[in-house]
Design a protein around this ligand. Structure first.
Ligand code: SF4
Ligand code: SF4
Length: 95
């Protein structure tokens, strides 16, 4: 498998990602859980405003593959590259 790259072709391996979930859009279908190789997503025991169990992040092991975001039929998941992971990478490169 090749390295993950962003739109500019920058290699993203070793960087940190955050997973933003719009819990009130989630219908608890579980598709995102099934595609996450990092087992980073779980179904909450709580209910959202529409009465569905919603998705929560279980760890900070996200690799930024975006499979969860792509498969979600309700566009409830966004993946962000954490700014401080970019800065720490830049500091490493400056040394
Ligand atoms: S982006 Fe990939 S690794 Fe991160 S939570 Fe989604 S499926 Fe899992
Ligand atoms: S795929 Fe979307 S709607 Fe289904 S459980 Fe995941 S976040 Fe919720």
């Amino acid at each position: 498998m090749g390295f993950l790259e962003d739109a500019q072709g920058e290699i993203l391996v070793g960087k940190r990602f955050s997973v933003k979930i719009a819990k009130n859009r989630c219908k608890g279908c579980g598709l995102c859980i099934d595609v996450c190789s990092q087992k980073n997503l779980i179904l909450s025991k709580s209910f959202n405003a529409s009465g569905y169990h919603f998705i929560e992040v279980s760890s900070n092991s996200c690799k930024g593959c975006k499979k969860c975001s792509i498969i979600c039929p309700d566009a409830a998941i966004e993946i962000f590259l954490e700014e401080n992971s970019i800065q720490s990478q830049q500091k490493k490169e400056e040394k």
